[in-house]
Design a protein around this ligand. Structure first.
Ligand code: AOF
Ligand code: ZN
Length: 374
């Protein structure tokens, strides 16, 4: 087994806990001796042991002289758990192979320095494209103090989110929708505007059969469901307000929302979070994200609609996109395009994607990437 193969096993461990570790990064680790995996681990939910510690415990005494593969630089600080560097040194590991450097300024490169000082050989950057991608929500969270925003939409070949009557069922095919449920399973929260909550009446839950699951992941109550509703007006019949879903739903309202309205929403069992409003009288998106960061939310999936996508784009608050393009056309001047808001004046200023990945899922094209804001 070479370094890349071993790292891919660590990457699979990291994937298995995505959406289950916030506000900690999802990390995977394996211990390899004589080409054989003798220990595997992934980050526990807060605040159990880190990935490396699980892998080393499984390996036991056999870790002495073995190689450790970790998707992230091992930590060298004590916040909630003792440093992994200490566990690695004490276990007598010979060589440590890592994907990404820890973007946490308290760790950044110092984990490596401690291991090197103990005479351990270090190799970095192995399968880093993939380990960086897993780490991205945490990187945004730790460096910017707000959740990472992934916007996801499906559009027709002529760039429409719905027909001129508002019909959007369905644009992409069933396999694309399975992919989206796997994406939902990886995030901490799914956010929609009140307009979309009414137009689509979504459940914002993860619905996957065992065969449809990309990875086996630990059970959880599902991503937090978030509705942005400045004036707090939501129709009582919405799925999100029904008892099964209300307890995991958070309604973010403007501070201008009347107290009676807040009290009415609370009777459904949803959490109501008032945040400041902007100059246009709409919820201040930065304030909404701040409130979510306060709950330890690292990764928010934005599922529409066009107004919310547009205002997030205008404020530079879309970090990543996952866009399906379906081979069908509907036309219509009134049929919505994905981004409303003001937009950019010049094509020269258009925001480009980096780390772009394009693939075909059945008949739909999926384009993913990170927005390059400067
Ligand atoms: C690792 N392995 O599995 C994870 C790491 O005490 P905590 O959990 O809050 O973590 C402190 C820091 O350790 C965290 O901010 C991040 O930089 C790193 N996370 N490190 O060696 C792991 N989850
Ligand atoms: Zn650690």
């Amino acid at each position: 087994m070479d370094d890349r193969e071993a790292m891919r096993l660590a990457i699979a461990c990291a994937h298995s806990v995505e959406g289950r570790t916030s506000p900690r990064p999802s990390v995977g680790a394996v211990v390899v001796r004589n080409g054989r995996v003798i220990g595997k681990g992934a980050t526990s939910p807060p605040y159990g042991p880190h990935a490396e510690v699980h892998a080393l415990r499984e390996a036991g005494e056999a870790a002495r002289g073995a190689d450790l593969y970790a998707t992230l630089e091992p930590c060298c600080i004590t916040i909630h758990t003792p440093p992994c560097t200490k566990a690695i040194i004490e276990a007598g590991v010979r060589r440590v192979v890592v994907g990404s450097v820890d973007p946490n300024p308290l760790v950044c490169e110092q984990g490596f320095a401690q291991l090197r000082a103990a005479g351990i050989e270090i190799v970095t950057g192995v399968e880093a494209e993939e380990t960086d991608a897993i780490l991205r929500p945490f990187a945004t969270f730790i460096t910017q103090g707000r959740p990472h925003i992934t916007a996801k939409w499906a559009m027709t070949l002529d760039g429409k989110l719905a027909s001129h009557t508002g019909d959007a069922y369905w644009i992409s095919g069933s396999q694309a929708r399975v992919w989206v449920h796997n994406l939902r399973d990886r995030v901490d929260a799914i956010m929609v505007g009140a307009g979309t909550a009414h137009a689509d009446n979504p459940q914002l839950t993860v619905r996957l059969t065992p065969e449809q699951r990309e990875y086996e992941r630990a059970e959880r109550s599902g991503p937090l469901r978030v509705i942005l509703a400045t004036n707090g007006q939501l129709a009582p019949a919405l799925h999100l307000l029904q008892p099964e879903l209300a307890s995991g739903t958070c309604v973010i309202v403007g501070t201008t929302c009347p107290a009676e309205q807040i009290a009415r929403l609370q009777t459904y069992g949803v959490e109501v979070v008032p945040v400041s409003i902007d100059t246009q009288g709409q919820i201040d998106l930065h304030a909404a994200l701040q409130a979510l960061a306060g709950k330890g939310i690292m990764h928010v999936l934005l599922e529409g609609g066009a107004h919310l996508f547009g205002s997030a784009f205008d404020r530079g608050l879309i970090d990543s996109v996952a866009v399906f393009i379906a081979p069908k056309l509907v036309g219509g001047a009134e049929a919505p395009a994905p981004l409303k808001g003001t937009g950019l004046a010049s094509m020269q200023d258009a925001v480009r994607l980096h780390h772009r990945r394009t693939r075909i899922i059945n008949e739909d094209v999926l384009v993913e990437g990170e927005l390059q804001w400067n």
